[in-house]
Design a protein around this ligand. Structure first.
Ligand code: PGA
Length: 246
């Protein structure tokens, strides 16, 4: 039985005051039957670590450099994330693929750099609306995952995968549980061909997950939790989604 995982992705939102209020609300609702983590903007890692240390909540970052150290202005390495107690780093989010031209190979290299220092990468894959309408969903998500499989080789079983159809992110338009399950099953099959550990890997769904649709998504056989954007900024909504993952 895979334990469910719910990860909040704050994106570029937050302030000292808002973070404190949000975390207090989420912490007050303990305990959860699922693993719960918050992936926060880099500057807040320190205060989030202080707030969550000793609690049942984990934390992480929304990106990581593919490099160890050096002249990479603006980048943050996985050794730095590890020093701040990060358990997870999101890599290859569609917003980074689209706005920062991240390639499949760069995403794979970032995942490798994270794993090298004990930070579990949450590797995002997903098709755009145009790709879905052109019947390319399977080809696109398999290509994205394939780069990671080839780069991580025998370590592939240690990552978390998040299927996030781009057309469902922040749009209020969720994939139906059946649409999401169909892609999750494809990804699980691809992982089975690459590792004996595929059956234990967690595959998250992301894209307009809300309290009213979370339970139906999480009930699908290959959906092991969610990557939550907008709803992770409201304590009540996020708590309800975590409870749906029991
Ligand atoms: P959303 O974002 O829940 O706001 O759609 C999900 C994500 O981008 O990870």
């Amino acid at each position: 039985m895979r334990r469910k995982l719910v990860v909040g992705n704050w994106k570029m939102h937050g302030s000292h005051a808002a973070n404190a209020e949000l975390l207090a609300g989420v912490l007050a609702a303990k305990p959860y039957l699922a693993d719960v983590a918050m992936c926060v903007p880099f500057p807040y890692l320190s205060e989030v670590a202080v707030a969550l240390t000793g609690s049942h909540l984990l934390w992480g970052a929304q990106d990581v450099s593919a490099h160890e150290q050096g002249a990479y202005t603006g980048e943050v390495s996985s050794t730095m994330l590890a020093e701040f107690g990060c358990r997870y780093a999101i890599v290859g989010h569609s917003e980074r693929r689209a706005c920062h031209n991240e390639t499949d190979q760069l995403v794979a290299d970032k995942a490798k750099a994270a794993l090298a220092h004990g930070v579990t990468p949450i590797v995002c894959v997903g098709e755009t609306l145009a790709q879905r309408e052109a019947g390319e969903t399977e080809m696109v998500v398999k290509r994205q995952l394939s780069a990671v499989i080839h780069t991580l080789t025998h370590c592939i079983g240690e990552i978390v995968v998040a299927y996030e159809p781009v057309w469902a992110i922040g749009t209020g338009r969720t994939a139906t549980p059946e649409q999401a399950q169909e892609v999750h099953a494809l990804l699980r099959k691809q992982l089975h061909a690459a590792t004996p550990h595929a059956g234990g890997m967690r595959l998250l769904y992301g894209g307009s997950v809300k309290p009213d649709n979370a339970a139906a998504l999480f009930a699908q056989p290959d959906i092991d939790g969610g990557l939550i954007g907008g709803a992770s900024l409201k304590a009540g909504d996020f708590v309800a989604i975590c409870r749906a993952a029991a």
